[in-house]
Design a protein around this ligand. Structure first.
Ligand SMILES: [Zn+2]
Length: 298
């Protein structure tokens, strides 16, 4: 999960910050868990919060560019000179599934649009341009030169990262596409994937074989038993917190499981973006609660 660590967001003044450490820096300083629980003061408004809460804010907020950077993990960008009315080809360093191309006119205006196939891997795309009816000094006409900045977003395919992080990408993407029911399903699935992987590590750390751990997790179909009883037995603290029903994260998560079940069973559920974002936040809160309480993650 180290790749998620370098940005946080203040919900008070709605600004995002970079922690100023790259992934390599974080790894070298073995800061991961200390960093998570460090108190952060927002540079704009002075609001104080724990780093991991800022991180959750960052993952839930729906700033377009931040979300695209997260979902579409490959980016190329550059600047080029085009001739208005003549197609211009841009060659990329590698083949990629292009999802989105952003073009910005720099030293004048005309109509520009990217030309690419979104479902076929490609190492190039075209910029098509046309003069417009607008008049003015900055308006470029057919045959004139124009400087254009371009930015390509794409998907790199399978990456060797934890399953729950892949699912996080799915949730963000479904929210962008307005598929809030799938976003809620994936949010709960994301939590379950993280929980299973944590329980598996805990069982193995107690001396069980891979096979034995698999049988236990496979047969224990009830998610509450896993998140409460089994996690508590193995970790000392379950999602319910110290006493029954004392952890507000658990209260929210229980609601998420109910909502997930309704959707999975085909009930008619009225969902909107805010509800989907709540599901994502609830799942992340539960994941980070376990992450913080579990000595395996140091
Ligand atoms: Zn702030």
């Amino acid at each position: 999960m180290i790749e998620l660590l370098n940005k946080f967001y203040c919900n008070e003044c709605e600004s995002g910050w970079n922690y100023g450490l790259d992934v390599k820096g974080i790894k070298e300083m073995s800061l991961e868990k200390n960093l998570f629980n460090q108190n952060i003061k927002c540079e704009s408004c002075g609001n104080e919060f724990l780093y991991f809460q800022g991180l959750i804010n960052k993952l839930v907020e729906d700033d377009h560019f931040g979300t695209w950077e997260f979902i579409y993990d490959t980016q190329y960008f550059g600047s080029t000179n085009i001739v208005v009315g003549k197609e211009h080809k841009i060659t990329l360093p590698k083949q990629v599934l292009i999802t989105k191309v952003m073009l910005t006119c720099q030293d004048g205006f005309c109509s520009v649009a990217p030309n690419f196939h979104s479902q076929i891997e490609s190492d190039s795309f075209g910029i098509v341009s046309s003069e417009t009816d607008d008049e003015g000094e900055m308006v470029k006409k057919f045959g004139e030169n124009l400087s254009v900045n371009w930015m390509v977003y794409g998907k790199s395919g399978n990456k060797p990262i934890e399953t729950w992080v892949h699912l996080l990408t799915q949730v963000k993407e479904q929210i962008v596409h307005g598929q809030y029911n799938i976003a809620v399903l994936c949010s709960e699935m994301m939590f379950e994937s993280f929980l299973d992987s944590t329980l598996n590590k805990l069982l193995i750390s107690k001396g069980l074989s891979d096979g034995a751990s698999y049988v236990i997790l496979e047969r224990l179909g009830n998610i509450q038993s896993k998140a409460h009883e089994l996690l508590k037995e193995l970790n000392g603290v379950g999602l319910q917190g110290e006493g029954k029903g004392t952890n507000p994260i658990n209260t929210q998560w229980t609601k998420l499981v109910k909502l997930r079940n309704k959707i999975a069973h085909g009930d008619n559920v009225d969902l909107d973006k805010e509800k989907a974002k709540w599901a994502l936040r609830t799942s992340l809160d539960a994941i980070f609660f376990i992450y913080n309480s579990c000595p395996l993650y140091k």
